[in-house]
Write a protein that binds this ligand. Structure first.
Ligand code: MCN
Ligand code: CUM
Length: 777
């Protein structure tokens, strides 16, 4: 839908879906954002964390006396103190436990050992240096492939009966059927690949301000969380605090990308700091702490096998995955993802980074190995995909691992990407270049096609520590027809204040500027599980549509009373109930709102006011998809990769705000270029993290990114009230394999692992590919 087809409000905004500037940007662009570090309370103290220099070491002693003697220090908290409060360990979101402050031994470099609370941030930092810790270094496990060796050090000896480093091993699919297919296939192509460890690196690091008011017994926590309600319940369960006395406020968040899903030791320390000192305590990590200790992603060693007929009909896929989740297992994984998970002496991993719950790794493997198959069969990779993509009539489609894809028109999306790219012309240009022995660069064309499952729910299938994935929503229409929508999810830059207002606007015809979206405060919003897995629009957005429809139904009864007719005599047009057959006679939603609060006699059983609530439990995930084409030029002398063009055709159903969707895709594509070409958190053999600053962990800038070329197809979700599917992670999921496929196509090599730095590409050209876990040269 284009904006010209949509009615425009007095403020120039579309009434309903369409392009409009983000409401929240008026605040951000003027420096009026309110982030956790902007929260300053009277008498507030400042905390800092002492972190382990070792990746694996027993703690012999911790001497805090000198730090305590520092004139500005108010408290020094250690694991031993937390033990007395039963807070030395906390649950992670995937049924593991994590040490808040170490009591027995440190398990990764940068792990939290002690917490200093002082009058100011600098004194807290200074006092860290006065703490004496005696460590006894232990052998480290850094390579996941050695984690299960018989002589590997046992990392999680805190877990009872633990004799190895296995977290769990999941199998999925039908092994016998798969083996039978492989036995009969004409061609089997096998490829090992690594998805390197990466970090979401949001602009704002993690932090919290906690205040335990001893008079009222109320704990207020301003914190960088993507899921305020889930955090509140966890604080209640873990600390044994009364939940009605806990308020979690997630103010403006400067990017999350999964980094802010989990609860970190620093958050808990700020709470304990406030309990101990009686004052509010702020803790905000610095950039290195963020890059060394919070929420890693990927670090997947994958073995893939694909079986096909000689003419390119894909018959089966077998995968064996070894996932390195560091010392503590972060966020839950869907059990239908076949993988073995191990502990290593790295910061907790497996949490998230625009990951769609592990679909990132799966898409990478599938799209890479399909290209390996194309290479083996000497079939064009676009043709091979078109031959094998699901056809529209196959939906809903149940996959061999049990997911039910809701809707899709896959070949159309790929053909659209090929049309925008001018695919045949590109291949002709490439052929001409390959015939020129003087060419200094090699051109490559890479395709990827992905499907994601996003919108976590239904509640019986997905939960966080037993909390099912449904979302509440409340809508109040004030007497003058202006509205407030209270939602349970939390934006970190996705523009919810705008798009959620547009959802209500679409349903009720109220201009979006008249609808205030309230979120991020557990005292003032209904319960729900938060923003991740691109679930806000699929789940909470559906709740907003449902609640608006409830209002619309009630408005009909009130309008009928006002117009002295039966509700059935009324018909709806945007923003107005009118009498069928007499369209002049009607009531706008604003008039109805006033009447609902006024002295109009309402029918028996109809309460006044125009408010409603809803809880939405999604029947299924939504399955957005996309087709991406990347064109690169590789310098044959230096191995440097230049991304010349990137075409992205995404299908997320109808777009509520096409501008915001395009922004989400632009960001994700940049993420993908970063991961494919630049990023890895590497470790040396002692477990030292080599990626602790932006000098080492490189973020893509506009210099590395082309001008993105976007296209779109629209396949609504049949089960979502608005037909929309999530999109927030799509481009991060889909783009890395397109870039890698393009580089492999350029240098005509079967496979080399990410990140494809100039050194890595150059070595691949020389026939000595580099491992991604080697430090970047
Ligand atoms: N949208 C739309 N039409 C659709 C689908 C979505 O207009 N058909 C809009 C939504 O209403 C919302 C935005 O696009 O404003 C993203 O929606 P959705 O796909 O529902 O994703 P979430 O809002 O749940 O955001 C989570 C997702 C995830 S999991 C990560 S990780 C990520 C991402 O969003 N982190 C981000 N995008 C990010 N963008 C920014 N700026 N910052 C982050 O931290
Ligand atoms: Cu997988 S990162 Mo997001 O789901 O917050």
């Amino acid at each position: 839908m284009t904006t010209t087809e949509v009615p425009i409000s007095a403020a120039g905004n579309p009434i309903g879906f369409g392009r409009m500037l983000r409401k929240e940007d008026a605040r951000f662009l003027r420096g009026k954002g309110n982030y956790v570090d902007d929260v300053n309370l009277p008498g507030m103290l400042h905390g800092a964390i002492l972190r382990s220099p070792y990746a694996h070491a027993r703690i012999i002693s911790v001497d805090t006396s000198a730090a305590e003697a520092h004139p500005k220090v108010k408290a020094v908290i250690t694991g031993k103190i937390l033990e007395t409060l039963k807070l030395a360990w906390m649950p992670t979101l995937s049924m593991d436990v994590q040490s808040v402050l170490c009591t027995d031994k440190v398990r990764f470099q940068g792990q939290e050992v002690a917490f200093v609370v002082a009058e100011d941030h600098y004194s807290a930092r200074d006092a860290l240096e006065l703490i004496e810790v005696e460590y006894e270094p232990l052998p480290v496990v850094i390579d996941a492939r050695k984690a299960l060796d018989a002589d590997a050090a046992i990392i999680r000896d805190d877990l009872e009966g633990r004799t190895d480093n296995k977290i769990y091993d999941w199998e999925a699919g039908n092994k016998e059927a798969c083996d039978a297919v492989f036995a009969k296939a004409d061609v089997v192509v096998t490829q090992d690949m690594v998805y390197p460890r990466s970090h979401p690196a949001p602009m704002e690091t993690c932090g919290s301000v906690a205040y335990m008011d001893k008079v009222t017994g109320k704990l207020t926590i301003w914190t960088t969380t993507q899921a305020p309600h889930a955090h509140r319940t966890l604080y209640a369960l873990v600390a044994g605090l009364p939940e009605q006395k806990i308020q979690v406020i997630s103010p403006d968040i400067g990017g999350g990308f999964g980094n802010k899903v989990g609860i970190y030791p620093g958050y808990v320390c700020s709470v304990v700091g406030s309990i101990v000192t009686g004052a509010p305590v702020k803790w905000v990590e610095d950039r290195s702490e963020n890059l060394m200790s919070t929420s890693f992603a990927r670090d997947y060693h994958m073995h893939g096998e694909i079986a096909a007929t000689r003419d390119g009909k894909i018959l089966g896929l077998r995968v064996d995955v070894l996932a390195d989740h560091g010392a503590f297992n972060g966020v839950a994984q869907p059990t239908k993802f076949p993988a073995g998970f191990v502990y290593t002496n790295k910061a907790p991993g497996g949490v998230a980074y625009a990951c769609s719950f592990r679909i990132t790794e799966a898409v990478y493997l599938v799209e890479r190995i399909v290209d390996c198959l194309a290479d083996e069969l000497k079939i064009d990779p676009a043709e091979l995909r078109l031959k094998n993509l699901l056809r529209p009539e196959q939906f809903p489609y149940t996959t061999p691992t049990g997911w039910e894809y809701d809707s899709g028109e896959y070949p159309r999306a790929l053909r659209e990407a090929m049309r925008i790219a001018g695919y045949d012309d590109l291949r002709r240009e490439q052929a001409a270049q390959r015939g020129d022995s003087n060419a200094k660069t090699a051109m490559g064309i890479g395709i990827s096609f992905f499907t994601e499952g996003v919108g976590a729910g239904p509640r019986k299938h997905m939960d966080i520590l037993g909390l099912g994935m449904a979302d509440g929503c409340e809508l109040r229409i004030h007497p003058t027809g202006k509205a407030q929508l209270r939602i349970s999810v939390q934006t970190q830059g996705q523009g919810h204040e705008t798009t959620f207002a547009q959802i209500v606007s679409q349903e009720l015809g109220i201009p979006p500027e008249d609808i205030e979206v309230i979120h991020g405060d557990t005292d003032n919003t209904p319960f729900g599980l938060g923003t991740y897995g691109s679930r806000s629009t699929p789940v909470s957005g559906a709740a907003a549509a449902v609640v608006a429809r409830r209002i619309k139904d009630k408005a009909r009864i009130i309008a009928a009373a006002a117009l002295e007719c039966a509700p059935d005599d009324l018909a709806w047009e945007q923003g107005r109930w009118y009498v069928k057959g007499d369209p002049e006679k009607g009531k706008t939603i604003q008039e109805i709102a006033f009447a609902s609060h006024g002295n109009l006699e309402l029918p028996e059983g109809v309460e006044g006011h125009l408010d409603a609530t809803a809880v939405y439990n999604p029947p299924n995930l939504t399955y957005p998809f996309g087709a991406y084409i990347c064109v690169v030029d590789v310098d044959k002398g230096t191995g440097e990769v230049k991304v010349r063009r990137f075409i992205a055709v995404d299908d997320c159903g109808p777009r509520i705000n096409p501008m915001i969707v395009e922004g989400q895709i632009h960001g994700g594509l940049a993420d993908g270029v970063g991961m494919a070409l630049m990023q890895v958190i590497a470790f040396d053999e002692s477990g030292n993290n080599l990626g602790g600053s932006f000098m080492d962990y490189l973020l893509p800038t506009s210099m590395e990114c082309p001008s993105w070329e976007l296209g779109e197809t629209v396949t609504p979700s049949p089960h979502h009230p608005l037909g929309v599917k999530g999109v927030g992670e799509s481009a991060t999921v889909g783009s890395p394999p397109a870039v890698v496929n393009a580089v492999m196509d350029a240098i005509q090599i079967r496979h080399a692992d990410m990140p494809l730095t100039p050194a890595a590409v150059w070595r691949a050209i020389q026939g000595h590919p580099m491992r991604p876990d080697m430090a970047i040269e």
